[in-house]
Design a protein around this ligand. Sequence first.
Ligand SMILES: [Zn+2]
Ligand SMILES: [Zn+2]
Length: 287
Amino acid sequence: MTERRTLGRHTTMLCGEEKGKYPWGNPLLVEGSDGRALLDSALSVPIPDVDVVLLSHFHEDHTCGLSARPDLDVRVHPADLEAVRDLDAFFAEGGYDEPEFRQELVERYAHGPIPQAAPLGEDAIDLGGVQIVPVHLPGHTAGHCGFLIEPDGVFFTADVDLSSFGPFYGDARASLSDMRSSLHRASQIDAAVYSTYHHKQEVRDRAVYAELLGAFAGVLDARADRVLDLLDRPSTAGDLVGRGVVYRPGKVPTYAATSELKMAQLHLDELVEQGRIVREEDRYQRV
Ligand SMILES: [Zn+2]
Ligand SMILES: [Zn+2]
């Protein structure tokens, strides 16, 4: 049985295992007088009877089981739409494509293309007495969105998950500068309840939310500092992989080398732009 938590008069969290720690998750069910919406799906959470599924982004942990449901109206931000509709686009967008990952996608996440998926507009979705407003928060993926549910005052932050690991921007098309602006945008949203897809589940105090979001954003600067520390000698982006920029050495998921290289590269680009390091051919060093 899925544990349920009431977040507002129309909003219920369907709690995944281990508080929704990755790869689990905590989708929301929103119920109005004219319809019901599911915000993301998750491992081990059966898909309830709904009129529409709004996806925060294209990642496999958020789309579990949906490819087996051609009857469902699924919507996602236009920037993530192709990766939801088509498997080749999914791998191109993520930048990681290994046979064991393909197998895990099918066997573990029941992941597959959702060809009927349609673009999510900018306007609020009205379910009768309750509205869901998409809030574009790119960086994690180009189309990553949170959702504000009114009048409940629930802000679903999706993968701005306030975890101690910090933001993830290891996909091929992820962006560090978008991530920074999105975290700023998320900090401006006034809500009664902040709900994350992973980890925290719910925060009901704006000051606590501000503190957690500040710490989450602070991980970006801590990673930049580690990159700077490692540049005591000229190094390539590849030289920084496995040296604690993102993952503690020795404690890494299978995709870590690919994503750490991408994230290290984004920090190198940002540090060059800030004039704190210089690039010579493919090597970087402190000014
Ligand atoms: Zn994600
Ligand atoms: Zn996720």
